[in-house]
Design a binder for this molecule. Structure first.
Ligand code: C5P
Length: 223
């Protein structure tokens, strides 16, 4: 079984994907971590000695040919699954990941890895993948497709609570601004934009907790 979950940043799609995989005995792949890992490596390789705001100078540098070749090599060398870590979850990496993810060659380099995981999951039972282009590009043949969204203010509040747990001093307004900017970048980019597909089941998680979202998704799968 293959399940595709797409949605906006901090909408709860990752939590749903993880829990669905547990319930169904499937494997879970957080595809956002792949783009985050490329972004982190880009920083480690010194591709950005630029300011923290990721304004024009960084974007320009990322779009230089030599940088793109280097990033593609990094993407091709990634081994799945990527171990999650606080470094990968920082606000800086979130923004950089969305820029990196708009480069066609990076997306191309990561397609086969994601498909291979879904086609040969370790459990042999099935796979749940979450991201932005899972239902549209990676697994158009998925048995079930979901699209998760919530009001931006609610998503920022949730992310703020998560960051507080990790002692980050991010302000909620900054988180909200970054989420809105990232959603815009993800849904307006030319390649594999985030979009609600006609064959996806839409869940607005604004007023739902994680258990309720899971139950709605399970009800849909079980018909
Ligand atoms: O899901 P997450 O917020 O961790 O993803 C980080 C970024 O990676 C997203 O904002 C998006 O730009 C990119 N991404 C993507 N396609 C995916 C998963 C993530 O473009 N399938």
């Amino acid at each position: 079984m293959k399940i595709a979950i797409d949605g906006t940043a901090a909408s709860g799609k990752g939590t749903l994907a993880k829990r669905l995989a547990e319930c169904l005995g499937c494997d879970y792949l957080d595809t956002g971590l792949l783009y985050r890992a490329v972004a982190l490596e880009a920083l480690r390789y010194g591709l950005s000695s630029l300011d923290d705001n990721f304004n024009d100078p960084l974007t320009k540098k990322l779009f230089e040919k030599s940088t793109r070749i280097e990033l593609t090599t990094i993407a091709l060398g990634l081994a799945l699954p990527i171990a999650d870590s606080p470094d990968l979850r920082s606000q800086k990496i979130s923004s950089l990941a969305a820029i990196v993810a708009s480069l066609p060659e990076i997306r191309q380099a990561l397609i086969e890895k994601q498909r291979n995981f879904a086609n040969s999951p370790p459990s042999k039972k099935g796979a749940v993948l979450d991201g932005r282009d899972i239902g549209s590009v990676i697994l158009p043949e998925a048995d079930f497709k979901f699209f998760i969204d919530a009001k931006p203010e609610i998503r920022a509040k949730r992310r703020f609570a998560e960051f507080k747990d990790t002692n980050s001093n991010q302000k909620q307004e900054t988180i909200l601004k970054d989420l809105i900017e990232r959603d815009k970048r993800d849904s307006t980019r030319q390649i594999a934009p985030l979009k609600l597909l006609t064959d996806a089941f839409f869940i607005d998680s604004s007023s739902l907790n994680a258990d309720e979202v899971l139950q709605i998704a399970l009800n849909y799968i079980n018909g």
